[in-house]
Design a protein around this ligand. Structure first.
Ligand SMILES: [Zn+2]
Length: 172
């Protein structure tokens, strides 16, 4: 593999990682929170990540996706575990129990409170960072992959602006 090829596959691994990380974060956040408006926001944000991932897979194939390197942009640790507020029993969000196996509390004892403003703050910040990351990945890529990465960068800029607007509305 030439050095340009190496750089291109690194760039792709980072781009895939950013989307996989975003999708993972929003999916977990959607399960962990109870408040309907916050759930809906996370669901919609996750749906966009899934759609972007599909676009990148369309040009780069799933082999590159397997090499995904997560950039650590999304606060996954905030949503990957849930804790029973009655007894402190911790569980993986992916396997959130219907009743606490330790104290018998109902499922809602595990639900997290994440404010809607926090959800849009995360989305705005991630959007700005992903726009830069995709721009850099595009610079190391060519052909249709480059075009899609540039498109994704513009997409993220738009999503960051939209998230910031949602935040403004919530704060006024
Ligand atoms: Zn418990």
């Amino acid at each position: 593999m030439t050095s340009k090829g190496g750089k291109e596959s690194d760039a792709l691994a980072r781009a895939f990682g950013a989307l996989v990380e975003g999708l993972t974060f929003y999916d977990l956040a959607n399960v962990a929170v109870a408040e309907m408006r916050v759930k809906v926001a996370f669901e919609e944000l996750g749906r966009r990540k899934k759609e972007q991932l599909g676009r990148l897979e369309g040009v780069a194939g799933s082999g590159a996706k397997a090499a995904a390197v997560m950039p650590g942009i999304y606060p996954i640790n905030v949503v990957s575990k849930v804790e029973c507020y009655v007894c402190g029993f911790a569980a993986d969000t992916k396997a959130m129990p219907n009743t606490c196996p330790n104290c018998g509390a109902a499922r809602y004892a595990f639900e997290k409170e994440i404010a809607l403003t926090k959800a849009w703050e995360i989305a705005a910040e991630a959007g700005r960072k992903l726009a830069i990351l995709f721009g850099e990945s595009a610079a190391h890529s060519g052909g249709r992959t480059k075009a899609v990465l540039e498109e994704l960068a513009r997409d993220e800029e738009g999503q960051a602006v939209q998230a910031a607007r949602q935040l403004d509305e919530l704060r006024t």
